[in-house]
Design a protein around this ligand. Structure first.
Ligand code: ADP
Ligand code: MG
Length: 383
């Protein structure tokens, strides 16, 4: 889908009001009855119907007729619009450029502020693929069920934002967080290549230690990345410095499966270095000794995050969702929505060594949304 920031500034206040009314109504209704939209917006009936037509034409809402009543639902585009408009109102975002990543559960765009400074906009798309597969099975959000994709995408963005902020504040090499609204995060653009695309480094041993040290630093601050792999490590073009991204699946070292997540992160790096750089080391961090050697850390970031507004309850809801998606993926139920899925299929394996993914059980990618489509088929279950 095309994002257009110039569009953001062309919406009348009544149109905006109606669009917001559709969003509010979506919290309790999968299809928001037109009468309810009129009620929430507080505008005249005739006016609202006309505006609903305009919004649907712009694909911000979609008319749904084949239900018990006539109504509308907010589209991804409508939700994007609301989020980007909020950022634009705060002057953090001004224009939208190219899409640089299509993940299973995120879209990544280059955007800019008023001065033309480049940034990265990450739009979370939970529920794009497997939502229907799990929706019936569990009752995550009670009444919020109907707004599940919006709700889950927003939770993922809030979690990623909360983690990126504390990590950045505590000097971890992560992009500088700039703004967050609804399901979107705005962050510093890193001029880098994903490690996945790098065939040679000056010193694999040095990079290996840097990455293992990062895993240790994370753990001693109370955190495990949970998706620490060659896709989520960017290597700065200038300095070769590794930058870590993609945090919606981070867990605390006090999580019941912490050791398992920790080992998986370590294994990801070991396996990648063995395959890509033929580099192997007997030295790698172990969970228990890492925590013991850490002594009394100055800060426990898992605690800091929990206190920052993204609490345990939200964490739990998101975690359950992710677990069931990965389980449901075993039975591969496709999305009927199908809005944006076609273009994903056309994405190419950027570095052309797709064969690697075919190796049964070899892939270590598993997190939310790889940006390369070939990885999706080999995604692992988290449990
Ligand atoms: P996903 O959840 O889809 O895996 P990521 O956050 O990992 O999303 O981002 C996907 C891709 O987008 C990354 O592999 C990277 O190539 C690019 N990307 C993401 N964030 C940035 C950033 N801040 N600067 C530069 N590139 C980025
Ligand atoms: Mg990623």
């Amino acid at each position: 889908m095309k994002l257009d920031a110039t569009d953001l500034r062309y919406i009348t206040s009544d149109e905006f009001r109606v669009l917001t009314a559709v969003e509010m109504g979506s919290k309790n209704h999968e299809v928001v009855p037109s009468t309810l939209i009129v009620q929430i917006s507080g505008l005249r009936n005739g006016g609202v119907n006309k505006i609903l037509g305009v919004l649907a034409k712009r694909n911000l809402t979609a008319k749904v007729q084949n239900s018990k009543y006539d109504g509308y639902r907010l589209t991804y585009g409508g939700y994007d619009f609301l989020a980007m408009r909020a950022m634009s109102k705060r002057d953090s975002l001004y224009s939208v450029g190219n899409q640089i990543g299509v993940g299973k559960e995120s879209d990544i765009y280059i955007v800019a502020d008023l001065e033309g400074n480049e940034m990265v906009l990450k739009l979370h798309r939970l529920g794009r693929v497997s939502f229907r597969a799990i929706k019936e099975k569990r009752d995550y959000m009670g009444k919020r069920k109907s707004a599940s994709w919006m709700y889950m995408s927003r939770l993922a963005a809030q979690k990623e934002w909360a983690f990126m902020k504390v990590l950045h504040e505590h000097g971890f090499p992560v992009p500088r967080p700039i703004d967050q609204a609804r399901h979107c995060i705005l962050m510093e653009f890193i001029d880098a290549y994903p490690l996945r695309q790098i065939d040679e480094v000056p010193s694999p041993g040095k990079l290996y230690s840097q990455l293992m040290d990062l895993i240790v630093r994370f753990a001693q601050a109370g955190l495990i990345h949970g998706d620490f792999n060659e896709f989520n490590i960017l290597i700065r073009r200038e300095s070769g410095e590794p930058i870590v991204i993609d945090f919606p699946q981070m867990v605390s070292t006090s999580h019941e499966n912490a050791e398992w997540y920790f080992n998986r992160d370590v294994e990801c790096i070991r396996t990648f270095f063995r395959r890509r750089f033929r580099y192997e080391s007997a030295i790698y961090p172990r969970f228990k000794s890492t925590l013991n050697e850490g002594g009394e850390a100055e800060f426990k970031l898992d605690v800091v995050v929990a206190a920052s507004g993204f609490g345990r309850r939200e964490m739990r809801v998101l975690e359950e969702y992710m677990e069931s998606v990965h389980k449901a993926e075993g039975s591969e139920v496709e999305d009927e929505e199908g809005e944006e899925d076609e273009e994903e299929e056309d994405e190419e394996d950027e570095d052309g060594d797709g064969a690697e993914h075919g190796e049964e059980g070899s892939t270590t990618h598993h997190g939310l949304g790889a940006h390369l489509p070939d990885v999706r088929s080999s995604r692992q279950s988290r449990t």
